[in-house]
Design a protein around this ligand. Structure first.
Ligand code: FE2
Length: 283
């Protein structure tokens, strides 16, 4: 049992097919060597200034869930230009979200973008479905989220590669993943494991003594859902103004116009589309 490995040069339709069939797919070469190097160069000084495991979150459960040995950079769009201009708008994210999310929304948006640097001694994370960020959703429901972890260093079973229960996106809600049903997303740096919001997964234990498992967690959700990270506050408006229109749209500045399917709108400012206000210099 392995997660299908494809390459960024493969047909995106093949990736979508594997994702819908298995609930997860690995795309090698997701980031080019150049983008990967520039991402890491931007991230290094931020991580260096972050104390491992010293920050408590708003709720002790989530402090435990993230792990005491984990360094976390949140709100990446406001902190990494490479992320905000090159990773966020990646053509393969768009290809997968167009197929999986767009049938059920007028536009999709960034849900969360974080670097998770899981240090030696990190314990296996509680396996979970990311879509439980929205526990009140009626079930069954269409996919609401496309998620990913990009390997910023090589991911191995020993350093805590993300583990995925293949096919779990189709399991009954109460079925538990047995340990032998979890497959490690081993992959070279620059690869991404893409999975659905309904797929059971979790960070593996980092059993090494000196190897970090640095990953970038990026997920997108239907445009009418509230997001895990508050992108409006996390990304300074001054930064948003400097970003390409496509990035601004994914950060939630595009109005969600449901008129084409007989609905209303979400996210207007003074009855206008914030994207247009940004373009006009009015925001
Ligand atoms: Fe997760």
């Amino acid at each position: 049992m392995t997660i299908e490995h494809l390459h960024a040069s493969d047909d995106p339709a093949t990736m979508v097919g594997a994702l819908q069939r298995d609930g997860a797919v690995i795309v090698e070469g997701f980031l080019s060597d150049d983008v990967l190097a520039r991402c890491n160069a931007e991230i290094e000084p931020i991580l260096a200034a972050t104390a491992r495991g010293e920050s408590d979150m708003f709720n002790p459960f989530f402090t435990w869930f993230y792990g005491r040995q984990t360094l976390t950079i949140t709100g990446l769009a406001g902190k990494s230009r490479v992320f905000a201009t090159e990773v966020l708008t990646h053509r393969l994210y768009r290809a997968m979200c167009d197929e999986i999310l767009l049938p059920n929304c007028a536009c999709y948006r960034l849900n969360v973008a974080q670097v998770l640097d899981r240090g030696p001694g990190s314990e296996q994370q509680l396996v979970h479905r990311d879509e439980l960020a929205w526990p009140h959703l009626f079930r069954p429901h269409p996919e609401v989220q496309v998620a990913s972890v990009i390997a910023l260093e090589d991911f191995t079973a020993a350093n805590g590669a993300t583990r995925v229960a293949l096919g779990s996106h189709r399991w009954p809600q109460d079925r538990v993943a047995e340990p032998d049903e979890l497959v490690a997303a081993e992959m070279p740096a620059g690869s991404a494991v893409i999975y659905l919001g309904s797929t059971i997964h979790g960070g593996g234990a980092n059993t090494t003594t000196d190897v970090l498992r640095r990953g970038m967690h990026v997920s997108f959700c239907l445009g009418w859902l509230h997001t895990e990270e508050n992108q409006y506050v996390a990304t300074p408006l001054e930064t948003v103004r400097s970003l390409p229109r496509a990035s601004q749209a994914l950060l939630g500045y595009a109005i969600h116009d449901g008129l084409a399917v007989g609905g209303g709108y979400l996210g207007a400012v003074e009855l206008q589309d914030p994207l247009a206000l940004l373009a006009d210099g009015a925001l």
